[in-house]
Design a protein around this ligand. Structure first.
Ligand SMILES: [Zn+2]
Length: 302
């Protein structure tokens, strides 16, 4: 497993010698953001993920030691949209540090526009899961590229080349999702998940997002809401509902059993208990989701 703050010793060394002689130190809040940064940075920066493997970015809180290490980083990259509840505290702690920069990807114009101009769906107001939309992921990557170029102009050509290659792979991923969903009738594209991670994704690809067990992982809804969800799934003849890696599927299993659906798993890329965590983690995990949906939605109806 990677160390949460592998850069700490190097950052201390940088302060003792020359800041320009060492690669950029970049902290990313959780897995998909760290993957994007690592893909663009290549070998020109040291990238660490604040939320540890198995941690949940929805309720992650950096330790005092993490804040000390954050202060040594040149750049902190966050998803934003409120998922990093600790961000305000981090901003306050880093306010006097001229070396540190914070890139909040929710401030990227394309993401703000998707949110505020109604390109996507209204029900996701307050929903932070923008990274699960491969189109918006490309906008996140462009912003990361531009920030790295700004902080390290000498390595700008490498950041440009790395980003171009990575953006092409994200575009191919998007094209493959589009091709799959275009081949399916609307009646197959019914998405019901454990928590509310997929409205951006569903909206991007014209899927019908039926909903989720609850908007907070592992906070159980009451019996009335459970009964309503079962009724909703039965009415829509939903054959498969989606659990999520890292979260207990107990309640989802109950709802599936009572509604006649089977349970399989999608990856929100939030809880990296297992699987890739490096620069290729986003692409590998999203392609696994693509194949899961292909398998589930192209198999013959019951
Ligand atoms: Zn989530």
């Amino acid at each position: 497993m990677r160390s949460r703050f592998a850069f700490a010793a190097v950052a201390t060394l940088a302060l003792a010698t020359s800041a320009t002689a060492t690669p950029l130190q970049v902290a990313a809040s959780f897995l998909p953001i760290a993957a994007h940064v690592a893909a663009v940075a290549g070998d020109k920066a040291m990238v660490t993920t604040l939320c540890p493997a198995g941690g949940d970015p929805h309720d992650f809180t950096p330790t005092p030691n993490a804040y000390r290490n954050l202060a040594a980083a040149d750049l902190l990259v966050v998803n934003g949209f409120g998922v990093e509840e600790w961000l305000t505290m981090a901003q306050a702690k880093l306010a006097g540090n001229r070396k540190s920069h914070i890139l909040d990807l929710s401030h990227v114009p394309a993401l703000l526009a998707a949110r505020t101009q109604g390109e996507l769906i209204a029900t996701q107001d307050g929903n932070p899961h923008a990274w699960l939309d491969p189109v918006l992921a490309q906008e996140q990557v462009k912003a990361i590229r531009d920030m790295l170029k700004q902080l390290d102009p000498a390595d700008a050509p490498a950041f440009e080349a790395n980003a171009a290659a990575y953006l092409a792979q994200l575009a191919a991923l998007d094209a493959d999702f589009r091709a799959l969903f275009a081949s399916l009738p609307a009646s197959r594209k019914e998405l019901f998940t454990l928590h509310d991670a997929f409205p951006w994704f569903a909206s991007r690809y014209g899927l019908h997002y039926l909903g989720c067990v609850d908007t907070f992982p592992e906070r159980d809804p009451g019996p009335q809401r459970i009964a309503a969800l079962i009724g909703k799934l039965r009415a829509a003849h939903v054959g498969t509902v989606f659990a999520e890696s890292g979260y207990s599927p107990k309640l989802l299993n109950q709802i599936a059993t009572e509604s006649g659906a089977v349970v399989t798993e999608l990856d929100t890329l939030e809880v990296a208990e297992e699987g890739p965590v490096g620069a290729d983690a986003y692409l590998i995990r999203m392609r696994a989701n693509l194949e899961t949906l292909r398998k589930v939605w192209t198999m013959p109806s019951k």
